[in-house]
Ligand binder design. Structure first.
Ligand SMILES: C[S@@+](CC[C@H](N)C(=O)[O-])C[C@H]1O[C@@H](n2cnc3c(N)ncnc32)[C@H](O)[C@@H]1O
Length: 302
C-alpha cells in the first residue's frame, strides 16, 4: 500500500533558503529603482516589453532562493549569533551582486556562484520560467551560471528571449565575419564578435536603406534656414481629389495636432500650405499658443 511505503521513505531535511528568512531589501530596492534610468546595455533597449521586472530584483530573488539560510546548517552555525553573522556575510555578497555596474564583474559573479555551488553539492538546479516575458528571470539565471529554460505564449517575448539568451551564447568567443569588424579587436570574448557583426551589418543596412529610399525622407528646413533631420514622420493615406479644379491627390488626416498646449508648452500642429497654381501641397510645422502661431519649420511632402 502506498501510504505504508511512504511512511518508510526518509523525509528530506528542511533547509530554509535565505529568501525565506531575510533579505537586504533596501539595497535591492535601491538597485531596482536605479535601473529605471539605465539605457546602455539594458535589455529594455532591445525591445519594449511591458511588465518587465528589474534585473536587480530577479538576480536577488534567484540567488536568495538558491543559497541556504545559515539556520539550515546548525552544525556549522549552532548559535543565533553565529547564524546572524553568517547572514550578514551573505547580505554583503547580495548587496554587491545587485549593483548595476557589477552585473558583469567576474569577481562579484564568481563569489555569488561559489555560494550557490556550496549549497548544491554536485549538480546545480535548472531554472525554468514558463512565462518569461521580457526575459529578466532567465537572463539573471543564466548570469548566475545556471542552465535556463524560458518560454512564453507571446511570440514577441519568445523572440526577445532568443535574442538575449539563446543566440549570443552560440557565438561566444567567435570572431566576427564582417571583414571591417575583424580588424577591430585582437581577441573576441563572450559575444563581442557577434556584437561587432551586428554593428557592422547594421551600419551597412542603414546606409543602404538611405541610398535606396533616402530621397523619400528629405531634410527639413529650420526657422533660420538650417537643415534639420526629422526624427519622426506622420503617414497619411491620400485619395484622388474630388475637386475638378485639382488634378492631384489629397491627404486624409483626422487631426493636424502634433501636441496639445499644456503646462506652459505651446501647441504644435501641421499646417497644409496649398498652392492651387502649382497644384502642390507643402506642410509647415507651427507652434504657438491659441491665436498666436509661429512657423518654426517647413516639411516638404508631396
Ligand atoms: C508579467 S509577464 C512576465 C514578465 C517577465 N517576468 C519580465 O521580467 O519581463 C507574464 C507573461 O506571461 C505570458 N503568458 C500569459 N499566459 C501564458 C500562458 N498560458 N502560457 C505561456 N505564457 C503565458 C505573457 O505573454 C507574459 O509575457
Amino acid at each position: 500500500m502506498e501510504s505504508d511505503i511512504l511512511q518508510f521513505l526518509p523525509m528530506p531535511a528542511f533547509k530554509p533558503k535565505l529568501i525565506e528568512v531575510a533579505l537586504p531589501l533596501d539595497a535591492i530596492n535601491k538597485a531596482s529603482a536605479r535601473e529605471k534610468s539605465i539605457r546602455h546595455g539594458h535589455p529594455s533597449t532591445l525591445h519594449l516589453w511591458w511588465a518587465r521586472r528589474p534585473l536587480a530584483a530577479c538576480r536577488a530573488v534567484l540567488w536568495a532562493s538558491l543559497v541556504d539560510d545559515p539556520s539550515a546548517h546548525p552544525d556549522k552555525f549552532p548559535t543565533k549569533e553565529e547564524q546572524a553573522d553568517e547572514r550578514e556575510r551573505l547580505f554583503k555578497i547580495l548587496e554587491q551582486l545587485v549593483v548595476w555596474k557589477n552585473s558583469n564583474d567576474p569577481d562579484v559573479l564568481a563569489e555569488a556562484k561559489k555560494e550557490i555551488e556550496r549549497c548544491f553539492e554536485g549538480e546545480l538546479p535548472v531554472v525554468l520560467d514558463p512565462f518569461a516575458g521580457g526575459g529578466s528571470i532567465p537572463l539573471e539565471a543564466q548570469r548566475l551560471g545556471l542552465k535556463t529554460l524560458a518560454s512564453d505564449l507571446n511570440p514577441v517575448a519568445v523572440l526577445i528571449n532568443k535574442a538575449m539568451l539563446e543566440i549570443p551564447p552560440r557565438f561566444a568567443g567567435r570572431p566576427p565575419v564582417h571583414p571591417d569588424a575583424q580588424n577591430e579587436l585582437g581577441s573576441w570574448s563572450k559575444a563581442q564578435g557577434l556584437a561587432a557583426d551586428i554593428k557592422a551589418y547594421g551600419t551597412w543596412m542603414r546606409y543602404e536603406a538611405e541610398r535606396r529610399i533616402g530621397h523619400l525622407y528629405p531634410d527639413a528646413t529650420g526657422p533660420n534656414g538650417e537643415q534639420l533631420t526629422p526624427i519622426a514622420w506622420i503617414w497619411a493615406r491620400t485619395v484622388k481629389s474630388p475637386d475638378p479644379a485639382w488634378d492631384g491627390h489629397v491627404p486624409l488626416v483626422k487631426s493636424w495636432t502634433l501636441r496639445k498646449a499644456k503646462k506652459g508648452k505651446p501647441e504644435v500642429w501641421v499646417e497644409p500650405v496649398i498652392d492651387r497654381v502649382a497644384q502642390a501641397i507643402d506642410y509647415k510645422v507651427n507652434y504657438g499658443f491659441a491665436g498666436g502661431g509661429k512657423v518654426v519649420n517647413a516639411l516638404i511632402q508631396q
